[in-house]
Design a protein around this ligand. Structure first.
Ligand SMILES: *[C@@H]1O[C@H](CO)[C@@H](O)[C@H](O)[C@H]1NC(C)=O
Ligand SMILES: *[C@@H]1O[C@H](CO)[C@@H](O)[C@H](O)[C@H]1NC(C)=O
Ligand SMILES: *[C@@H]1O[C@H](CO)[C@@H](O)[C@H](O)[C@H]1NC(C)=O
Ligand SMILES: *[C@@H]1O[C@H](CO)[C@@H](O)[C@H](O)[C@H]1NC(C)=O
Ligand SMILES: *[C@@H]1O[C@H](CO)[C@@H](O)[C@H](O)[C@H]1NC(C)=O
Length: 229
């Protein structure tokens, strides 16, 4: 009886602790703030153009005094680009501080958007930007996402290779299609010719059949003649 009780007791404890673990991890997942720099977290921009560094945040438990900042990785040292605090959900950021030229805050709390714009980018602006967030509701856990900016002289080279690739692709496809059509037509032609020949063969063979029949018939017919004879 005691052994049975013990056996029963053990799995229950294991499943209990498993359940607790699952609950805690689900709770942790729900709690976490998430910073997001988009599905494609990089951009190639021409010098002199204006670029938007996108970043949005999401939190399942809501935010309170969310601190966010943008940092630039300048050769290993993180340099502040801007920072601010969002008091509560849907409240616009306060104490916006911008530490770099040509940078403007473009976000809106209505869309959980903390994107920034860099006007007239220079080659020095190229590099890794970190969008960082910390929600005191999560006891100071910090979260971040990286966006990489490439600054190039001109996009034309890339465009050219792209058009060349597209053109050659399309050209190749058309050529393949033409070849396919030609092959198809040729095969059909050959098949038709073969069929014609087959028909001829069939006709001649049926003719042979007929003659054979005729022969057999003639074989039959001669038979009576001898009988008659
Ligand atoms: C971009 O850089 C190139 C090379 O330094 C320069 O010739 C060009 O004027 C620049 N373009 C702009 C819009 O600043
Ligand atoms: C990064 O730092 C090293 C040494 O401090 C320096 O030689 C290099 O030029 C720097 N690179 C850039 C892109 O600033
Ligand atoms: C964030 O705001 C900027 C500027 O208004 C906008 O261009 C961008 O599309 C927004 N991003 C998202 C994910 O809503
Ligand atoms: C960007 O450059 C243009 C001309 O080069 C200038 O008129 C404009 O004021 C610049 N914008 C900023 C934000 O620096
Ligand atoms: C992020 O959090 C870790 C520990 O949780 C801390 O060591 C680190 O300094 C924080 N980063 C920033 C930029 O505050």
């Amino acid at each position: 009886m005691e052994i049975l009780k013990a056996r029963r007791f053990l799995p229950e404890r294991i499943s209990d602790s498993l359940l607790l673990m699952v609950m805690f991890s689900v709770y942790g997942m729900l709690e976490a703030l998430e910073m997001n720099t988009g599905k494609v977290p990089f951009l190639e921009a021409v010098n002199g153009s204006d670029v938007l560094l996108p970043c949005t945040y999401a939190s399942c438990i809501g935010i309170e005094k969310l601190y966010f900042k943008w940092e630039f990785n300048d050769n290993g040292t993180m340099v502040k680009v801007m920072d601010s605090v969002i008091p509560t959900d849907n409240a616009e950021p306060v104490n916006k501080r911008i530490y770099r030229d040509r940078v403007e805050f473009m976000g809106s709390s209505k869309t959980n958007n903390v994107s920034i714009m860099i006007w007239n980018v220079t080659f020095e602006d190229a590099g890794q930007y970190t969008c960082f967030g910390k929600n005191p509701k999560e006891m100071g856990k910090n979260h971040s996402a990286i966006f990489t900016l490439y600054v190039v002289d001109e996009l034309r080279v890339v465009d050219n290779t792209l058009t060349i690739i597209i053109v050659s692709c399309v050209g190749g496809c058309i050529a393949l299609l033409v070849i396919f059509m030609l092959l198809k037509n040729f095969t059909l032609f050959v098949l038709a010719k073969l069929e014609e020949k087959n028909k001829e063969c069939l006709v001649s063979s049926s003719g042979i059949d007929n003659t054979e029949n005729g022969l057999s018939g003639s074989k039959v017919t001669p038979k009576p003649t001898p009988k008659k004879a």
